[in-house]
Design a binder for this molecule. Structure first.
Ligand SMILES: Cc1cc2nc3c(=O)[nH]c(=O)nc-3n(C[C@H](O)[C@H](O)[C@H](O)COP(=O)(O)OP(=O)(O)OC[C@H]3O[C@@H](n4cnc5c(N)ncnc54)[C@H](O)[C@@H]3O)c2cc1C
Length: 423
């Protein structure tokens, strides 16, 4: 079993991906070469700004090459809760922005000719308990009434076999607005697009210190200093204390994945007949799907730590996979890996500015479509092209007890396990 992300094994960093020498001086430095950073870099370069995207590893070092490849609207916090917390006006703007992020994704793939096995077949949200199915039914009605969203379809328990080859779920909700993609192909395509637009992509360049002075910033990097007029931190689940006030608003959670070897075509059809992506209704949810080459993938966690052993997590995820699909007993697992999510205390993504440095982060497992969109919005806010974004307006919780050490993760995990047992 390989302990590298399947996506990068299947589609490694292309040898001809453009890289640039580190500039001495530039308009904007973007720190982090995932979807957020590259989305921002592409936008800034297209708008005529000189920009360098500094990535501490190679492109593909972060979550953007390691995720489940489920791209859909919405944020981690349930949209009904967004309405309750921030009011219907801001709530509607947040929802619309997440729809716009899907449009941006599809436009980018088309404009930049990115082939990333994009499958707009929808997502199955599978109900683990009868009460979860009832909540899906209520949500469908709420979405119609409040957002005129009509892309949800309820799948009653007796029809579940039309969607999944398992009988463990109590019905489901399909959202036709969600798609599957190959995360690494999308990421490298986005990197090429940003470079084509004129962004300098500087790999193996770790930003070690950011110093603000009168007319800009000096960044100390592992490859020497850079002067910039503006800086955007796009480090999400890999955020450190470069700017402590920025780190205080986000913490890191691990997510774990496995894939099997390719399945016979008949078995693929039996397990996921409509080739949709899937996640279930638990707090500690599992997400799974067929890969473009017919493997089954299974992701999730039963702990929030980013430091679990990937061999052990493979055993836990394999057991869960067989619980869902007993047909997969004995099918070899070929890859196991982990990546880091950026989660905020209010479960909302945020754009902001601290000590003069901009940031965009906090997708909490909903970043495949949203992150490049927030990168674009942050870039346009920085340069005055737009004057507002809902993600810059939602209040941003930074509790006094968090200074970069997420000591509370085991407590939060115990709480979520409790919720899973009672709700
Ligand atoms: C296993 C897993 C499964 C997931 N599944 C899904 C899914 O199915 N659907 C979904 O919507 N979301 C999913 N996500 C979340 C999604 O992948 C992220 O929200 C998204 O990739 C965030 O992109 P990003 O560019 O903000 O961060 P990243 O892609 O993590 O990029 C941050 C980059 O910053 C770099 N960096 C950090 N510090 C420095 C520094 N000092 N100097 C230079 N570079 C630095 C890191 O090396 C890293 O490459 C998943 C995440 C994981 C880990």
């Amino acid at each position: 079993m390989k302990t590298i992300p399947y996506w990068l094994d299947d589609f490694p960093r292309p040898a001809d991906l453009p890289t640039a020498p580190l500039p001495e001086r530039i308009d904007v430095v973007v720190v982090g070469g995932g979807y957020t950073g590259l989305g921002a870099g592409r936008t800034l370069a297209r708008n005529g700004h000189s920009v360098a995207v500094l990535e501490q590893g190679n492109i593909g070092n972060g979550a953007s090459a390691m995720n489940g490849g489920q791209a859909g609207p919405g944020v981690k916090l349930a949209i009904q809760e967004v309405f309750k917390k921030y009011g219907p006006e801001l709530g509607r703007q947040v929802w619309q922005a997440t729809l716009d992020s899907m449009t941006l994704l599809e436009e980018t793939l088309a404009e930049e000719n990115i082939d990333c096995d994009y499958t707009p077949n929808g997502v199955i949200m599978a109900a683990c308990k009868p009460s979860h199915y009832q909540a899906y039914a209520a949500k469908t009605e709420w979405m119609q009434q409040n957002l005129q969203y009509d892309r949800f379809k309820l799948v009653p328990p007796e029809q579940m076999h039309t969607e999944l080859g398992t009988n463990i779920y109590h019905g489901a909700l399909v959202d036709y607005g969600t798609s599957g993609l190959h995360p690494a192909k999308y990421l490298f395509g986005l990197a090429r697009a940003a470079a084509r637009a004129g962004a300098h992509i500087c790999e193996n360049t770790r930003v070690e210190k950011i110093t603000r002075h009168g007319d800009g910033f000096t960044l100390a990097t592992s490859r020497g200093p850079v002067q910039a007029n503006a800086v955007l931190l796009a480090t999400n689940g890999y955020t450190t204390n470069l700017v402590p006030q920025i780190q205080r608003g986000v913490f890191t959670v691990g997510s774990y994945m496995i894939v099997t070897e390719p399945l016979p075509e008949a078995l693929q059809k039996e397990l996921v007949p409509n080739n949709r992506v899937i996640y279930d209704s638990k707090w500690f949810l599992n997400y799974f799907r067929l890969m473009p080459d017919g493997r089954m993938s299974m992701g999730g966690r039963n702990n929030l730590s980013p430091n679990l052993d990937v061999g052990e997590s493979a055993q836990i995820l394999s057991a869960r996979m067989i619980e869902i699909f007993p047909q997969l007993k004995g099918v070899p697992v070929t890859h196991t890996w982990t990546g880091q999510l950026g989660v905020t205390f209010d479960l909302m993504p945020h754009i902001g500015r601290e000590e003069g440095v901009y940031f965009a982060y906090g997708y909490g497992g909903h970043g495949v479509a949203l992150s490049a969109y927030l990168g674009k919005e942050a870039a346009e806010l920085m340069t005055g092209k737009i004057s507002r974004s809902p993600f810059a307006e939602v209040s941003h919780q930074k509790p006094f007890y968090y200074r970069g050490n997420a000591w509370f993760l085991p407590l939060a995990a115990a709480y979520y396990r409790f919720l899973d047992s009672v709700s």
